[in-house]
Design a protein around this ligand. Structure first.
Ligand code: BEZ
Length: 259
């Protein structure tokens, strides 16, 4: 089991909502690929605090959100008390009725092995059902990852790559997983999406604490601050422009159909 799953359970839902709106704001584009219809049964897998679940519900579809993080589900229920949200593991969830669609934004890069996830999704769908997802693809946040490795090594962590919780596949790797599972992959793309953080002074530090916490877990708070400041220094000439950190996000988007 990867480290992330344990740490995701203690995600800070307030920091996520207050400083990282872009996660669901960019995800709204993915709804154009989902095109939810009234009365369809749809699962939002890795729903976070529920913003996109609520958008799907506006179409008249019957949607439920699931997430492994207890804190995120508590916040989603508070935000949208009229919608259904459950804590569940993407590698072992089961559904009450076969679904028309499974939707997932910015979640699948946290969950390994991917084959367990695609197996569950396949089982959950009706024949003709669709899987529509976006997450980090090959090369995602490469500049940050390289800077983190360098800073961790200079602070005594010999093999920082073993702490890396992320799964960023290429199109061919992920399409092969889906096809091996039995899906028809009808759309797949990989694209750069430079992502500006808010202009607050601590926005990169907040991002690291929110999304790259697994790299810092074994360090004292003094060492953590040192690593973060070395990462900021290293990246300041690469991804800091006009007082804004612009992260090197790279997305994979997929639409696959269960025949
Ligand atoms: C992403 O959405 O691509 C992402 C977010 C946080 C950490 C790694 C990747």
């Amino acid at each position: 089991m990867n480290n992330f799953v344990a740490s995701q359970n203690i995600w800070n839902a307030d920091l996520y909502e207050n400083q990282h709106h872009f996660v669901w704001q960019y995800g709204e584009e993915l709804l154009n690929l989902l095109t939810p219809q009234p009365a369809e049964l749809i699962l939002d897998l890795g729903c976070g605090t529920g913003q996109l679940t609520a958008k799907i519900a506006q179409s008249g579809a019957e949607v439920k959100g699931i997430d492994h993080a207890v804190t995120m589900i508590a916040k989603a229920r508070q935000n949208y008390p009229h919608l259904r949200f459950d804590v569940a593991d993407a590698r072992s969830f089961i559904v009450e009725q076969p679904l028309d669609a499974v939707f997932s934004n910015a979640a699948l890069h946290w969950i390994q092995p991917p084959t367990s996830v695609t197996h569950c999704i396949y089982q959950a769908l009706k024949p003709g059902g669709r899987f529509v997802a976006e997450f980090g693809g090959k090369g995602n946040v490469q500049a940050i990852t390289t800077a983190l490795y360098k800073a961790l090594m200079s602070n005594g962590v010999a093999h920082p790559e073993t702490l890396n919780p992320w799964y960023f596949p290429s199109i061919s790797e992920y399409a092969t997983i889906l096809e091996t599972q039995g899906f028809d992959v009808i759309y797949a793309t990989l694209f750069n999406r430079p992502t500006p953080l808010s202009t607050t002074e601590k926005s990169l530090a907040n991002w690291i604490q929110m999304f790259a916490n697994d790299f810092l877990l074994g360090l004292s708070s003094q060492q953590q601050n040192q690593v973060i400041s070395e990462v900021e220094k290293c990246l300041s000439t690469q991804i800091y422009h006009q007082e804004t950190w612009i992260l090197d996000y790279r997305r994979i988007r997929i639409v696959a159909i269960k025949p």
